[in-house]
Design a protein around this ligand. Structure first.
Ligand SMILES: Nc1ncnc2c1ncn2[C@@H]1O[C@H](COP(=O)(O)OP(=O)(O)OP(=O)(O)O)[C@@H](O)[C@H]1O
Ligand SMILES: [Mg+2]
Length: 255
């Protein structure tokens, strides 16, 4: 009996450790409502269940207004769900106090937005350094890492340019370098190619593929484009606040 108990315990512990190693992000029955408690309360997300494994490249597709950005803001700890559970890298974000959220976000998540969200009148290098500044990294290390990241995205020559001196694609490359600054567990990209022409969008997608393949980054890509989604190994379709389909893509790159 004792041996059986021990076996069971070991097995259970093993299962927990497999879970915590493998699954980076776990969302359970996530609901989001606005105007909570008022007669016009509006539920936008109706109970999202989602697991994302470490090292996955997943796309989320859906029509305008389907709740993609709302979901991304919750996964990115920019906003809180109204109910449901969200565990990121073993940390129960749903239970974390408000004051812990920004440091959790800064440590775990890199964001890339459609409109870049770079800080104006601040050069590329300082933009990339910003998350490291908040993380308390020394000036010397910040600078070295920022230069390395800007070179990685092909922006080494323009690191002293401010956003208004850069093209859209160049701005997005700086934003990707910034997203990588604190070596986040996960990159959340909300329509990162939405404001770019297809050639420049292609370049940005290539950078994501490289981060995924060569550095093993976990990436969630929100896109309207079925063609871009078809390049990722897993495609999740969201409609009207629900996940309605999930597709594993064994022929990546074939639309
Ligand atoms: N702060 C808010 N207050 C009330 N409703 C909101 C708020 N933010 C978003 N919504 C509503 O939630 C729904 C989902 O919006 P969301 O921005 O998540 O859509 P989306 O899928 O990202 O769309 P798009 O592809 O156009 O970016 C929309 O109907 C929107 O009007
Ligand atoms: Mg959106």
């Amino acid at each position: 009996m004792a041996a059986l108990m021990q076996y069971l315990m070991t097995w259970e512990q093993m299962e927990v450790s497999i879970l915590s190693n493998d699954i980076l992000l776990q969302a359970r029955d996530i609901k989001k409502s606005y105007y909570v408690g008022t007669p016009n309360e509006l539920e936008i997300l109706h109970g999202i269940d989602l697991d994302i494994k470490r090292g996955e490249f997943v796309s989320i597709v859906g029509q305008s207004g389907s709740g993609k950005s709302t979901l991304m803001n919750i996964l990115g700890i920019l906003d809180r769900q109204t109910s449901g559970k969200y565990i990121l890298d073993g940390v129960d974000i749903s239970k974390a106090p408000n004051k812990a959220l920004s440091s959790l976000r800064n440590k775990h998540i890199g964001f890339v937005f459609q409109t870049y969200n770079l800080i104006a009148r601040t050069d590329a290098i300082a933009n990339v350094e910003m998350p490291m500044l908040y993380a308390g990294i020394s000036e010397k290390k910040r600078r070295a890492r920022a230069i390395e990241l800007l070179e990685m995205v092909g922006m080494g020559e323009r690191m002293h340019h401010t956003p208004d001196e850069l093209s859209g694609g160049q701005k997005q490359r700086v934003a990707i370098a910034r997203a990588m600054a604190n070596d986040p567990d996960i990159i959340l990209a909300d329509e990162p190619t939405g404001a770019l022409d297809s050639k420049t969008g292609r370049l940005v997608m290539d950078i994501f593929h490289e981060l995924h393949e060569k550095q093993g980054k976990t990436i969630v890509l929100i896109t309207h484009s079925n063609e871009l989604a078809a390049e990722t190994p897993r495609i999740i379709t969201i409609s009207d606040g629900n996940i309605i389909a999930e597709k594993i893509n064994d022929k990546e790159g074939v639309a």
